[in-house]
Design a protein around this ligand. Structure first.
Ligand SMILES: NC(=O)c1ccc[n+]([C@@H]2O[C@H](COP(=O)([O-])OP(=O)(O)OC[C@H]3O[C@@H](n4cnc5c(N)ncnc54)[C@H](OP(=O)(O)O)[C@@H]3O)[C@@H](O)[C@H]2O)c1
Length: 188
């Protein structure tokens, strides 16, 4: 069955973005970027694929991406209404009236994911953010966390919902420059 995977960059204290949504405080780490572009080329936004030499790269693991409305709007604010046009794209929202070309709109994340998991296809990537991830926590099969050695003290949490403990088992950990790690967990 297709897996639901939350793959995100996170600070040491569990934040995926600054309070205003910016993510430019994560230190640039070229060896990490090269390794992750090789492993998951389909997660590089369409607009950056050519610059990364990935314009002809086939999707390796994921064929579908899910975005919360706030995550999608970060792209809209930078002029992109179809950020991963090489994937099947969904934005989840109860308030958005319409989405960009090729972006499907859903107002119920859990039934959407259960429907997608019952279909054939590649794995499903949750791009973010924390509100969407928290609402999908029971269905998340795997976490891939790029953890940067930075403490922000505040920001947008990796998961932002009610208290709802779920245990995960660590599967792999990779070490990159300047203390950055990529850890993979599966839900126990
Ligand atoms: N570091 C990283 O790797 C990374 C990756 C992606 C995003 N981000 C950052 O994450 C931030 C956004 O995260 P966020 O937690 O604030 O918001 P978010 O999860 O992106 O979006 C929240 C909104 O999505 C909709 N939504 C979420 N779950 C839903 C559900 N189950 N059913 C229906 N609608 C649902 C709701 O929209 P409505 O209010 O319209 O109903 C909700 O207000 C951005 O700043 C972005 O830059 C970071």
């Amino acid at each position: 069955m297709r897996k639901l995977v939350y793959y995100a960059a996170v600070s040491l204290d569990g934040f995926i973005a600054a309070p205003d949504g910016a993510a430019d405080f994560f230190p640039v780490n070229l060896d990490l970027m090269a390794a992750m572009n090789e492993r998951h080329p389909e997660t590089v936004p369409t607009a950056y694929r050519e610059a990364a030499g990935l314009q002809d790269a086939p999707n390796k693991r994921f064929d579908t991406v899910l975005m919360g409305r706030a995550t999608y709007e970060m792209g809209l604010n930078s002029g992109t209404d179809s950020p991963w046009s090489h994937l099947r794209q969904f934005v989840v929202s109860t308030t958005l009236a319409a989405a960009g070309p090729g972006v499907e709109l859903s107002d119920h994340a859990l039934p959407l994911v259960r429907r997608l998991k019952a279909q054939d296809g590649g794995d499903i990537w949750i791009s973010g953010g924390g509100v969407l991830a928290a609402s999908l926590l029971p269905e998340i099969d795997e976490l891939i966390l790029k953890r940067y050695p930075v403490v922000t003290g505040a920001g947008i949490p990796l998961f932002n919902g009610g208290f709802n403990p779920h245990t995960f088992d660590r599967v792999t950990v990779g070490h990159f420059g300047a203390g950055t790690t990529v850890t993979t967990y599966t839900q126990g």
